[in-house]
Design a protein around this ligand. Structure first.
Ligand code: COA
Length: 379
């Protein structure tokens, strides 16, 4: 296809999803956590008895479900996570000649997106690996995924925490708008179990593993069944309320007593209070800019972090309490899958919409960051 036959109008041609087979229920998670608490308190009994240390307290299934809406989460490595003596995902380090684990799951999701669009890898121009954690510094995960798929073009990684996928969609859409690419894969392999502190009662239940892919293309080459991108908007506002200090300038050192800040930490209440109004206002402003009546949105595929947050955001946008049909939940079985959450919701709950239906993919999270992608089903 020559550049002058392109429309420079970006659409979503298809999506793909990889779901790990293994899953951990709240019951299994809490049983393992509480066994760790008993072990910890036994080992530190003297310090606790002398008042130098506070004992750790049990987690509870009821709290987790009530506070978050999460009932289970998929993971790539269940046994070590649930072992009270390990409590982190583990797998054999792979030799450099073997596909790395993040690339592997990204490729599975990407292949599904390509298949659903009827697209050959050689027709794709670029791969963006947009995720909240990369398993190494370089070479970019995106380039490994590009090579595994057989794409002749370019790829790079981008990290905007939970908003990575929507930031990736806007970046891909901008390539199409500029005429620099006609077909761009946005792949979000989220192995969040690696950055979660499974020993932290306040957050051990939050995350799950998954991979998603979104194929953003020029309307001129898209399959008949696609989603027009009506508009994209991104926003960031610095906050320390969700933070992870891990990095090669900032590694965990054995002499440092508290290494918890080298994993995910958050002030959950503050996040809830600050992010809900910011995101709701952003959606309303963007809808107005695009001339869309927010109350007429057929469906919202919101970021999946907390059921209560989604309820409040959807209510502010739609003007009434949203039902499952208007704002579907995948959080209950997937947990918070970081940037992939809204894409999973879109992938699993969009086939039933009909031509002309408008909807919103929206993500938000650390940074703070937020992204909106208004879409309309074309056929
Ligand atoms: N089991 C039992 N009780 C627990 C618990 C657990 N696992 N974790 C915390 N608690 C207790 C706390 O100790 C606290 O007790 P206290 O009132 O006696 O002090 C109480 O439950 C409330 O804790 P709090 O942390 O304030 O809970 P919450 O209602 O705010 O819910 C979150 C916690 C994390 C689920 C919620 O704040 C949230 O989802 N926030 C937004 C998170 C988000 O979107 N983050 C983005 C990540 S990308």
């Amino acid at each position: 296809m020559s550049p002058d036959t392109l429309s420079q109008r970006p659409v979503i041609s298809a999506t793909g999803l990889f779901t790990p087979e293994q899953s951990i229920t709240n019951e299994e998670l809490v049983e393992s956590f509480n066994a760790f608490v008993d072990r910890h308190n036994d080992e530190r009994a003297d310090l606790i008895a002398s008042g130098e240390e506070e004992p750790l307290t049990y987690s509870s299934v009821e709290f987790i479900e009530k506070a978050s809406g999460i009932k289970a989460r998929h993971v790539m490595s269940k046994v070590p996570i649930l072992d009270p003596g390990v409590m982190e995902p583990r797998w054999d380090e792979r030799p450099n000649g073997e596909l790395s684990i993040m690339a592997e799951i990204g490729v599975i999701a990407a292949r599904e997106a390509l298949e659903r669009a009827g697209r050959k890898p050689e027709d794709v121009d670029a791969v963006l690996c947009a995720a909240s954690n990369m398993q190494r510094a370089y070479p970019a995960m995106a380039i490994e995924i590009q090579q595994a798929l057989g794409i002749d073009g370019f790829g790079f990684d981008m990290n905007v925490a939970c908003s990575s996928a929507t930031f990736g969609i806007q970046t891909a859409a901008d390539y199409v708008r500029a005429g620099n690419a006609k077909s761009v894969l946005v792949v979000s392999p989220e192995i969040t179990s690696g950055h979660l502190n499974w020993r932290d009662r306040d957050s051990h239940f939050i995350f799950g593993d998954v991979a998603t892919a979104v194929l953003v293309e020029d309307a001129a080459i898209a399959p008949d069944e696609h989603w027009d991108i009506l508009g994209t908007k991104l926003k960031t506002v610095f906050s320390n309320n969700i933070r992870n200090n891990f990095g090669f300038l900032n590694r965990a050192h054995p002499e440092t007593a508290d290494e918890a800040d080298k994993l995910f930490v958050q002030e959950g209440r503050k996040v809830f209070k600050e992010v809900v109004p910011m995101v709701a206002q952003m959606i309303l402003d963007e809808a107005e800019r695009l001339g869309i009546d927010p109350k007429a949105l057929r469906r919202m595929w919101l970021h999946q972090a907390n059921a209560g947050m989604n309820r409040l955001i959807a209510q502010k946008v739609l003007g009434h309490e949203a039902n499952e049909d208007e704002s579907p939940t995948v959080l209950d079985t997937y947990g918070n899958t970081s940037s992939a959450g809204s894409i999973i919701a879109f992938h699993l709950h969009s086939d039933d919409l009909t031509a002309g239906d408008a909807g919103l993919i929206c993500s938000f999270g650390a940074g703070y960051s937020a992204g909106t992608v208004f879409v309309r089903k074309a056929a």
